[in-house]
Design a protein around this ligand. Structure first.
Ligand code: PLP
Length: 441
């Protein structure tokens, strides 16, 4: 009997005993293709020898030094690498231990920035419905994932939500993508005016919505309009790249494909590639200067920020991501994945939409393709797909509540960037069989 409080109590899960490349092996000797990188984490697969060596070397030097006493070479190098990689405008790095911590820190940076520059009235956060920014209280309040928020709502700080950019369901018949983006931008601006423009602190969004909607990309121009509106009212733009960043969509950061630069950006998952828990906030020179020339500090901190072994792992992961072949493979294999999914599932009566970028793809499951009607949530189609896929040796990331927190199902795929063509084809075959079995069951 387990003494662990598992995510779901009473479910029997296989025990992972080994990982190699894109595969995980359990204690019964079964292997699974890690088609989702866990939750879009294992960007370089498992047991990458170079990352392991970097961690071991750091352990042999020093494993821990509290950041109020010391800095370390690895943490400094990681910050340098990230700043070199990111577009100008993301000029400094704050290290944390995961995605939720990164979002919490970004929110507090936004608030402190306005206090430092003499606008203490700015306090409101606007984010989008059907988004996820983490499970700690501030991040959960910011996210618009109705299901995850529901029972904790009474204790969440007040936040405000506007519509997601979800063209498959919300773009009206006859409406162009440009007009749809403009409609959403107008809704955002109306919300700012309603709250009082000088009271709004930040707009928070995932450039490509991951777990909640299943790799939903924004319509062209939408995020540019959002950036313009933020600038117009002096509001900070926080982009959450925890899931879609670090090369997942074919560019190092997903926002680069939208022609904008945020004021603050959060990264995690692919930063440590699952080898170590690590996240980061990247911030603009303007925000940094406000702290430096104001109170001289960022009033925050956790015991494990800038952890040397985590920084060593991330340093090596980032170095590998920067090699030209790594992201080229994301683009190439991503295209193969989309084309293959279209061919295998495009005609399925139960597949409404196949979307995404790079090695970040989503498949929306529907009961009726013409009306886009979802399955009855009681059928738990997403859990069935997960189970059927695991039985076929495939890890994918299905989720329910796609439409409103209750209705809708999708599957997210986010395989490691080292994946090869025939392994992509195996993912597609196994997933197609799992969806058929789940719907038939
Ligand atoms: N932000 C986004 C976009 C995420 O997808 C996640 C996790 O799935 C988080 C934040 C929270 O990250 P973590 O689970 O590392 O706290």
């Amino acid at each position: 009997m387990t003494k662990l409080l598992h995510r779901t109590i009473g479910s029997t899960m296989p025990r992972a005993v080994a990982g190699e490349g894109i595969y995980i092996t359990d204690s019964e000797g079964r292997t699974y293709i890690d088609g989702s990188g866990g939750a879009a984490v294992s960007c370089l697969g498992h047991n990458h020898p170079e990352v392991l060596d970097a961690m071991k070397a750091q352990m042999a030097r020093i494993s821990y030094a509290h950041t109020s006493f010391f800095t370390t070479d690895v943490a400094e190098e990681l910050a340098e690498q990230l700043v070199e990689l990111a577009p100008k405008g993301l000029d400094y790095v704050y290290l944390v231990s995961g995605g939720s911590e990164a979002v919490e820190a970004a929110l507090k940076m936004a608030r402190q920035y306005f206090v430092e520059i003499g606008q203490p009235n700015r306090r409101h956060i606007i984010a989008r419905r059907q988004s996820y920014h983490g499970n700690t209280i501030g991040a959960l309040a910011t996210g618009g994932n109705a299901w995850r928020r529901a029972q904790f709502r009474p204790m969440l700080p007040e936040t405000h939500h506007v519509s997601p950019c979800y063209a498959y369901r919300d773009m009206q018949v006859g409406e162009t993508p440009v007009a749809y983006g403009e409609r959403l931008a107008a809704e955002f601006e109306t919300k700012i005016i309603e709250l009082g423009a000088d009271t709004v602190m930040a707009f928070v969004a995932e450039p490509i919505v991951g777990a909640t909607l299943g790799a939903v990309t924004p319509v062209a121009g939408y995020l540019k309009l959002v950036r313009q509106i933020c600038d117009k009212y002096g509001i900070l733009l926080i982009l959450d790249e925890v899931m879609c960043g670090m090369g997942r969509t074919g560019t190092m950061f997903a926002f680069e494909q939208e022609g904008i630069i945020p004021d603050l950006m959060t990264i995690a998952k692919g930063l440590g590639g699952g080898f170590q828990p690590i996240g980061a906030v990247m911030l603009s020179e303007t925000i940094y200067r406000a702290f430096a020339e104001g109170s001289g500090l960022f009033q925050h901190g956790h015991t494990y920020i800038g952890h040397p072994i985590a920084a060593a792992a991330a340093n090596k992961v980032v170095e590998i991501l920067r090699r030209s072949e790594t992201l080229k493979n994301v683009v190439r294999m991503g295209e193969r994945l989309q084309v293959g999914l279209d061919a295998a599932l495009g005609q399925s009566a139960y597949v409404g939409d196949i979307r995404g970028r790079g090695l970040f793809r989503g498949i929306e499951i529907v009961a009726n393709k013409d009306t886009k009607e979802p399955f009855d949530p009681a059928r738990r189609i997403n859990s069935r797909i997960k189970k059927e896929a695991m039985q076929r040796g495939l890890m994918c990331y299905p989720m329910g509540g796609t439409i409103d927190g209750v209705h809708g199902d999708h599957v997210l795929l986010a395989p490691p960037y080292i994946i090869e063509a025939e392994q992509i084809d195996m993912i597609i075959d196994r997933l197609a069989a799992a969806i058929d079995a789940a719907v038939a069951g």
